[in-house]
Design a protein around this ligand. Structure first.
Ligand code: FMN
Length: 209
């Protein structure tokens, strides 16, 4: 299936059938989220994958009892860093140095530039900025799932503080922002499975100058 057909095939599934996603396929989707870009490449978030049924059962009430939480095969939760500091920038420079095989001192200018960009922002602003980055990874995950013919529901309908508490995220300096339930549609029980996709028409959405 080509990319646009895959994107037309996908929809935000409301009911899933409980079938498991093959490990390799799940890894492909997760790898796509890992490959998402972020501002400066700083990746101020973590991606938490919950396959365990018991944990998903415990999470379901925090997702206002949406069925996909337990009917999916895996729940992927994107959690933004609650703080972004110079230490994070230093750790990132170390990663670049290792992965590119360059001395970390060669990155001093870039490091200073990134530190300068975060210096005058409050931790609240930085947390909001980190949260925005998670939505890019979300998008990559949605497209990858469609390309793998795996159903995916993007989900913001949850109580972030309750999810943070259930998964011990706050203690790790993380805050849940958005999630994807991954699995397979239960077409017979999902009223949306045969509904026409509604999108703003090209002429109303795309402005060419
Ligand atoms: C950030 C975000 C959060 C969403 N949260 C939920 C959710 O909690 N539960 C749900 O069933 N659908 C959720 N949706 C699905 C949207 O309602 C759906 O993507 C939109 O209506 C377009 O329909 P389609 O994706 O089926 O084509 C969410 C979508 C996005 C992008």
């Amino acid at each position: 299936m080509n990319l646009l057909d895959a994107l037309k095939w996908r929809y935000a599934v409301k009911r899933m059938n409980g079938s498991k996603i093959p490990t390799e396929t799940l890894e492909t989707i997760l790898e796509a989220t890992r490959l998402a870009p972020s501002s400066f490449g700083l990746t101020p978030y973590k991606i938490i994958v919950v396959e365990d049924e018991e944990t998903r059962k415990k999470l379901q009430p925090h997702f206002y009892n949406q069925p996909q939480i337990v009917e999916s095969s895996a729940l992927v939760i994107f959690a933004a860093h609650t703080s972004v500091t110079e230490k994070d920038v230093d750790a990132y420079m170390q990663e670049i140095a290792e992965q590119r095989g360059v001395p970390v001192e060669a990155l001093n200018d870039f490091s200073g530039y990134v530190k300068g960009a975060i210096a005058h922002q409050s931790q609240e602003q930085l947390q909001a900025w980190a949260a925005k980055q998670t939505y890019i990874a979300l998008g990559f995950g949605l497209v990858a799932a469609a390309s793998e013919q795996v159903d995916a529901t993007p989900m913001e309908g949850f109580d972030p503080a309750a999810v943070d508490a259930e998964l011990g995220l706050a203690a790790q300096g993380l805050h849940a922002t958005v999630a994807i339930a991954l699995g397979y549609r239960d077409a017979a029980n999902d009223y949306l499975s045969s509904a026409k996709k509604v999108r703003r028409t090209t002429d109303k959405l795309i402005i060419k100058k």
